[in-house]
Ligand binder design. Sequence first.
Ligand SMILES: *Cc1c(COP(=O)(O)O)cnc(C)c1O
Length: 480
Amino acid sequence: MELIYEIGGTGRGLDLLPECDVEVTEMPESLKRNTMPGLAEVSETEISRHYTRLAGRSYGINNGFYPLGSCTMKYNPKVNEAASALPGFTMIHPLQSEKSIQGCLKVIKDLSDDLCEICGMDSFSLQPAAGAHGELTGLLLIKAYLREKGETNRTKIIVPDSAHGTNPASAVMSGFTVVNVPSGSDGCVDLEALKAAVGDDTAGLMLTNPNTVGLFDKNIKAVTDIVHDAGGLCYYDGANLNAIMGICRPGDMGFDVVHVNLHKTFSTPHGGGGPGSGPVGCKAFLSDHMPGGSADIDKDGNYIWKKASKSIGDMKGFHGNFLVAVKALSYILSLGRDGIVKTAQNAVLNANYMRVALKDTFDMAYDETCMHEFVMDLGSLKEETGCAAIDVAKGLLDMKMHPPTMYFPLIVHEALMAEPTETEPREMLDLAVENLKKLKEMAQKEPESLHSAPHDTCVGRPDEVKAARNPVVRFVRKED
Ligand SMILES: *Cc1c(COP(=O)(O)O)cnc(C)c1O
């Protein structure tokens, strides 16, 4: 496909500037550039077609099935977009007086209260801009708390081997060292290994439950007790709350700090580079250290912006990505208490429906009832046919379906991790199952055609390492 610089022609740009009505002053020669800047010059029709073509090449939940595990690719109801586009929310400035943004402060307060209720926490900050940013914030909270208690010897964060990659990265970024604990053969934290890992130097544990293989850790209370008994705190990675929201709460499982991804669980589209939001919640004993500020109500019933007394400081400017908060509140209010529970139940139902329909076709990494996602292990298929997880994933592209997450979590070597969105109808799940079964048949009968898949997309198999290490992000004209 042509880039915008390659279409159009000289002089076709839209000229929207009015006639000049002041005296023209020549710019000094020394300040003038030698060559033209090389901007695209296209007519309105051309630019409209260009972006429509581009939009047609992207794929999202509104195009079709998008079962990307550990990502919660939701259908995001348009009503939430409409709410966040209201001029009262968009035409404001963060430096306006509190009096003039009472409604916006109420949005922040109501969302914080709802997240407290959903997560079992006592306060929330909406400042962090993403999940990883929330992790950093939460760990800095833990650090501030330990420092205040004089326990600077606690320098280690325990992370299970199934953790999302951002967990160990955030622990290192906040100045801790990482201790890995293995999962048992049941996919849950190995309690004996955890007991051996904790000690006087334990600052805390980072965990997600359901974990990254889609299982609810049945020993969760024992896990958090072991860490607390050793004097550490427990951090809950709540990026994907789809399976449990409205049903059980990290705070009740024994966690002290949590982040949630509004751009996964609470209806903001993600994958396009943002903006996102990763609010952090904590139990009351950590509240004084919260970042930035939070919305509160004073004795006269006015909404105010209040800083925590021993705040770790700002993690982002002002109130965080506010319009994402508007969408989340709109989503929560439009679902209501019962709707949130139903959403979680459907997420679990859809995942188990697919898991059971596929378990005679592919090995399941853990063959038991899962939460919102499940992991297939294509190790034996690879041995039998030479076709690996990546071949099946690429084959799915030719069937106009987005593949599941591949090669994650790292503890399953040929992993395909599927999270079928809770809003998918049964027919779509059936079609996905049928497609995956066909792909297994292809792997057995004509493995070569899977090795070279996809055959029907504009991009086939990019060199992913080169694309990440040497990205070409600047257009260079041929004549340059
Ligand atoms: C997505 C995700 C994160 C990171 O969130 P970002 O907003 O991408 O920084 C952390 N943990 C888990 C389990 C996730 O799925």
